[in-house]
Write a protein of this length. Structure first.
Length: 178
């Protein structure tokens, strides 16, 4: 096997990305501190044609050199919006008929592998602060909570990795034919 060259990957241009049909998912970052994590989220959003990234509270916004370091230009392709509070974002999402899910560990959370989204339903997924997680009031305002199953000794996964795992799972479930 030969490794493909970048020009052989047939990637979309920024304009083609903006015109492309999107995965009906919005990623919401609830007070995420690390600008490197924010940049990584943009790259994941680009990779899976996510509609937008909503940045809330203390979450950093482009343009920022620390976001760009990991975003590698994806802040130019992926739509984004800033909200002073995550609750403002949740309210807008609900008004626009998104089903809002917090990604967290709670009582009655549904495991990601058991979660079956309705293909005609737009989805918003909320990821929380690296230390405190998703705010309780945001969890209370969500339609449900999805948990990433874990089998090791730690009780959490880095936010950027969590976004990758959940977004890939939703991309697969929402886009694949069935």
């Amino acid at each position: 096997m030969r490794k493909l060259l970048n020009e052989e990957l047939n990637r979309k241009s920024v304009d083609e990305f903006k015109q492309a049909s999107k995965t009906p998912v919005i990623i919401v970052l609830d007070n995420v501190r690390s600008l490197n994590n924010v940049g990584s989220v943009f790259r994941t959003a680009d990779a899976f044609l996510v509609e937008a990234v909503y940045l809330c509270g203390i979450t950093g916004c482009p343009p920022n050199k620390d976001i760009q370091k990991t975003a590698l230009g994806s802040t130019e392709s992926v739509a984004w919006k800033y909200f002073k509070t995550t609750m403002e974002a949740v309210e807008e999402l609900r008004q626009n008929n998104y089903k809002v899910y917090a990604i967290e560990q709670t009582e009655s959370a549904i495991m990601l592998n058991d979660f079956i989204p309705v293909k005609t339903q737009k989805v918003a997924i909320i990821f929380g602060n690296e230390v405190k997680g998703v705010q309780q009031e945001v969890i209370d305002a969500s339609a449900g909570v999805i948990e990433i199953p874990q089998a090791g000794t730690k009780h959490s996964i880095n936010i950027a990795v969590s976004v990758g795992v959940v977004t890939w799972d939703l991309f697969q479930k929402l886009i694949s034919p069935s």
